[in-house]
Write a new protein. Sequence first.
Length: 312
Amino acid sequence: MRVHRNRHDHAFVVVPNQAARHKKLSLVARGLLVTLLSMPDDAKVTVESLADAVEEGRAAVSKAFRQLEAAGYFRRERFQNPSTGTWCTETHVTDLPTDHIPAVGKPDGRPIGGSPKGEKNQGKNLLPDPSAADSEGTKQARAREEEEVPNTKHNPADAETGRAAQALAALGEADRRLKLSTSEVLRLAPLAAAWLTEGHSALKITNALTTRLPEQVDSAAALISYRLKNQMPARPQPKPKPAPDTRARCEVCRAPFPLGRRGTVCGACRDELDRAAAFLGTDSDTPAPQVDEAIDTNTRGRALVRAALAAA
């Protein structure tokens, strides 16, 4: 079994493992405990109101209340209102059994449970020092953050991390099951940036994360993190440089000749030169180069055109 957990910053409840795995509590009782702990303080809860909201029925809910009360997670207190004189019942729900929670009274000027002089039992105070508790909680929170945040010593450049974050943020548009929160995008961006460092494109990252998805995605962040860590393709091989073009080229338009063919002017330019030579004839003002008298008129005209192009 793989357990996928997400970090929450609002609308969540913390339940100790001792309560969630209590062997003497039925699953209905454990679920009832979680439901009660998730409610705000001073909430109006009765057996009837809970039975109407669930499918188990009033008998199962009443039995679950009795189990919680016997285990110490639920208790009732009756008191008389001093102003009205009426009797009321107040219920208390705890995430630990009441016999495991130290009882603390109201401050009366001396240590609770201490001797009249307040000296004998000073070292037996059951409550931890608030400053020490805060320090310990800070250390635990820092340890959790260091476990969840990837090592940034070898992270790619900020530009690649930014490109990776943009690709991850756009996953929800490709498939709404992969929509990530801002904190999840920032946490996973260094993993995606490593793909860019290896030469993979942002489009390739998107295709790798959106193809062959399961029918139900319980945690988009966990799925994306697993694929980014374990399914990176091999580094793409660079394309070989093309071989240098050694073909002969036309002297006029510089178009290459087919392999193995040699010449000075291609067929299209030869036709243009022939038409220009026929038009110019021998009356051109451009001085003709020294050519053999036996050369035909077209050849002489082409020579005149070449000379004109060279002069221009």
